[in-house]
Design a binder for this molecule. Sequence first.
Ligand SMILES: Cc1cc2nc3c(=O)[nH]c(=O)nc-3n(C[C@H](O)[C@H](O)[C@H](O)COP(=O)(O)O)c2cc1C
Length: 333
Amino acid sequence: MNQTMKPLRFGHLSIWPPFVAAPIAGYTDSVYREILREFGCPYCYTEMVSAKGLALGGEATTALLEHSEHDRPLAVQLFGSDPGDMFKAVQKIHESGIGFDAVDINMGCPAKKITSQGAGGGLLKDISRAAAIVRAVKSATGLPVSVKIRTGWSDSDNAVEIALRLEAAGADMLAVHGRTVAQGYGGEADWDVISRIAESLSIPVVGNGDVVSPWQGLKRLRESGCSGIMIGKGILGHPFFFRNLHEVLQGVEPKLPDCGERFDVAIDHLERAAHRYGERRAMLELKKHLAFYFKGIKGASKLRVAMNSASSWAELVSAVRHASSWYDSQQAE
Ligand SMILES: Cc1cc2nc3c(=O)[nH]c(=O)nc-3n(C[C@H](O)[C@H](O)[C@H](O)COP(=O)(O)O)c2cc1C
């Protein structure tokens, strides 16, 4: 199955298997990325980081850059609308001494507060500015520069042209989420447009949208002409994706997570988050993750209610541990 599959190569990077974890603000923080790595994820991005915020030295923004040495190779993802801000932000990153393996530019975020500044997906309406941003970032770093785009602002008519302009501006890799900005997260990703972009560019194209299993990802990889696949929602509460992908590639029966394993990993995630952020913030951060870990299991809605009504860290941990022992007792019967 994987005889024709090659590593995803750009700049000095060679990523195997050619599957990457998507940047997901509020979820793929350094804590969750570490868990993804332990399950075999070969490439991650930071959550999106404001170029302006970095240039101004904002504490919360700068904290988004932190990561462990195991969390490599790692791209830092920047958003902004001004080439000068983007240049300064990359300089700041280099001055900080925090190591990254690539710089990625967000040209897909559909949030109004981002697009209204002309950043994120807003850049797809002003492709000359988007190209100037790629050139500015390229001139600020020796690292490979990638761009994450959608297929257009309100339609996909110019998708290939946009991609070619970014390639001409110096992008080393393009990740394409197969929806327009106007679509937000609704509807289905259009893999035909992704394929057309992949066929038209000389740089590697990573396809993104609606891939939730290794089998589906491998099929997309074979059929789309992409050099890699990016997984977003399919890895939320499901770091097991990457273990299963490696198992499928090795030709061994994938070990799908049972309830016990989901609880174990979720509890481990809780503990790491408390260690990193302190209990109060970890409680707020983790409730949304936990809903994904337990999606689809029997009694999940009851557990969700118990988790959401927890008003302290101790209550949250106790709700999860209580549910975990209940599941254990069910198994034993
Ligand atoms: C809550 C949420 C936050 C996201 N944050 C980012 C982000 O910071 N940067 C980015 O480029 N994309 C972001 N995305 C988009 C994802 O990276 C991905 O492109 C999208 O979810 C489609 O892939 P999927 O169908 O595999 O989930 C976000 C998506 C969601 C749902």
